[in-house]
Design a protein around this ligand. Sequence first.
Ligand SMILES: O=P(O)(O)OC[C@H]1O[C@H](O[C@H]2O[C@H](CO)[C@@H](O)[C@H](O)[C@H]2O)[C@H](O)[C@@H](O)[C@@H]1O
Ligand SMILES: O=c1ccn([C@@H]2O[C@H](COP(=O)(O)OP(=O)(O)O)[C@@H](O)[C@H]2O)c(=O)[nH]1
Length: 764
Amino acid sequence: MAYDNVCGERQTLLVVANRLPASAKRTGEHSWSLEMSPGGKFDLLVEKDAVSKSLAEMKCIPVFLNEVFDQYYNGYSNGILWPILHHMGLPQEYDHDTIKTFETQYDAYKKANRMFLDVIKENYKDGDIVWCQDYHLMFLPQYLKEYNNKIKVGWFLHSPFPSSEIYKTLPSRSELLRSVLAADLISFHTYDFARHFVNTCTRILGVEGTHEGVVYQGRVTRVVVLPMGIYPNRFIKTCKLPEVIQQMNELKDRFSGKKVILGVDRLDMIKGIPQKYLGFEKFLDENPNWRDKIVLVQIAVPTRNEVPEYQKLKNQVHRLVGRINGRFGSVSSLPIHHMDCSVDSNYLCALYAISDVMLVTSLRDGLNLVSHEFVACQEAKRGVLILSEFAGAGQSLGAGALLVNPWNVTEVSSAIKKALNMPYEERETRHRVNFKYVKTHSAEKWGFDFLSELNDAFDESELQIRKIPHELPQQDVIQRYSLSNNRLIILGFYGTLTEPRNSLSKEMDLKLNPELKETLKALCNDPKTTVVVLSRSGKNILDKNFGEYKIWLAAENGMFLKHTTEEWVTNMPQNMNLDWVDGLKTSLVWNYEYADVEFGRAQARDLLQYLWAGPISNASAEVVRGKYSVEVHAIGVTKEPEIGHILGEIVHKKAMTTPIDYVFCSGYFLEKDEDIYTFFESEILSPKLSHETRSKSSSSNHSLEKKVSLNVLDLKQENYFSTAIGQARTKARYVVDSSHNVVNLLHKLAVANTTTTSVKKPNV
Ligand SMILES: O=P(O)(O)OC[C@H]1O[C@H](O[C@H]2O[C@H](CO)[C@@H](O)[C@H](O)[C@H]2O)[C@H](O)[C@@H](O)[C@@H]1O
Ligand SMILES: O=c1ccn([C@@H]2O[C@H](COP(=O)(O)OP(=O)(O)O)[C@@H](O)[C@H]2O)c(=O)[nH]1
């Protein structure tokens, strides 16, 4: 399909969906005619060529799923994903047979997604947009991006997205999330579904959720709320067609003297048809005067008949209809007209138009287009919409509708009574509100908004990708290290040299990664190498972990400095005001890494508010929000200004005679502490420390100025390796995925220059 984007450019859009918008009917030996589809699957595997040819005229391309279909569609999509997405929980594995297990269905699902990919590959041209629809195609975004990273990929979920508590029971939970996150744009019908999705990503994948979306693999996957709509004018026009007016008149005659309540749903557990009947039964029970003046017409469109749960539902519903009609019916009238069939679109419009009340009792529903269609057809009648608060449409049509909790039978019964007795003025007001919404939030607008968001998200993500620092060139780092004469290695502690975090052990004490012991020793013992640990941690923690190495320690972001063989010296600016905290500290950190993310964030918000407005609000302290922490520091405590002082001190203490010609600097630093990376960049551009530097040293708490006459730094562009760990947005030149990479590299550096010391290779 071709469409013009906001810039007036023509773009080809490939809409990929599990269901074609057409149903095929045989018209001759090798010919088929196609009609717009109300539902009903497309399983014409014979005569593929004839079907494809007819579909091509409608600009549709079929994907023939053959033997994969049953396990992909009835199995994984509708037997597993559908109930999970609709808060109904997983079916028990022991209900399945051995041929159709969770695993086989999952494999079929992936295979089917690949088959969609294969057809896209045959048709895709550079610049095309691929819009993946719904839960049937959750692997497609990843497959598409693996095939070609430049494809613009969007994914829209038509069903709800559940709370993380439900979603996390799904065995393949992470793979599916990761895959859809490969898309450039992800969209849902409602804010609640989007919020559930972002929370689920945070809780299950541990990734960051922002107001824009989810930060994943170095970029933000945009998440937006775009409720779908209908083509309102089609419905308005249909209601004016002579044959539809004729059908309306027939229906009016048929139900003359009675109020008509209408239900139109697929016969699906999520539609709450039994709950609807129970509410109606209660209404009839409690309002005998209405019994022969009312009829409930229910179109129950057959769906997913091969899934066992749907077969059970049909029997249950039929039993209920029998019971209610048996209780309240008479020779001349039956309260429920239940039909297991679909009806054509004209007749459906006639039904919508003549009904007094539309009753939607979905237990969970992505949107519910039927409620929009009813509103569009009610310009003459101003009927009342009773709408489940659990349908996505409840959030948009709730203003004009009577919202109900379908599980509350009494509430449904009362809403029916209220709707039947509602005065015209109120019906008019409610209808106006909803009609305006349906008119303005059309399917065209939905499609247009989605595509413009997608184009926008793609351009932004391209920019982000361009800004992503390069992967660390390990060989180069090692080679240049070997060739240099005076190297400086600056390392963070937490998240860099600490033991890798294990979700099962919630160790609070920061401990040096044992894999590093030999490696650090070798590096620290090398006369051509100076190793500095620059950390937010306090003196005690650094002493405890690094006491045995010949290493430089800079505690509290460089406020205190020592060589392990000596005493701590204060590296603090003289005028620093620490009245707000006891004299031994320059910073305080409250960490919620091991708490529930949401609870931790809520507590952090409270703490931040208290710190900004409470007793230290006027102190010379700054409050910083870390990834999982709230931190308070004396003003001016960042790594950048300190590093100059630290360097001067080290050069002086070591009595260096050769300038530093190689710097490797890596850490899991807070954004504001990343200035350490730029400090060296500015030294490379305009060396300030190269001829003479002033170092402040205060061994006994008073500051004394020393002149260091030496070329402290003689750093060339190519010998500087600033490396952030696992951070997408960073001031560092390079990134690595995790501290494993840094540990591994340190080992190689140690080996690279060790001829005499033997270093055991760590298991990384
Ligand atoms: O194709 P079927 O298996 O027969 O099912 C029909 C469709 O059901 C679901 O519809 C959802 O999409 C609607 C439009 O966004 C929304 O209003 C409704 O609440 C959802 O249930 C399903 O998501 C579709 O893929 C199916 O084709
Ligand atoms: O006999 C019928 C009954 C319903 N529909 C259409 O099926 C769709 C149902 O969409 P909805 O969002 O209400 O629920 P879903 O079935 O997608 O879960 C609506 O567009 C209806 O017009 C139809 O074409 N023929």
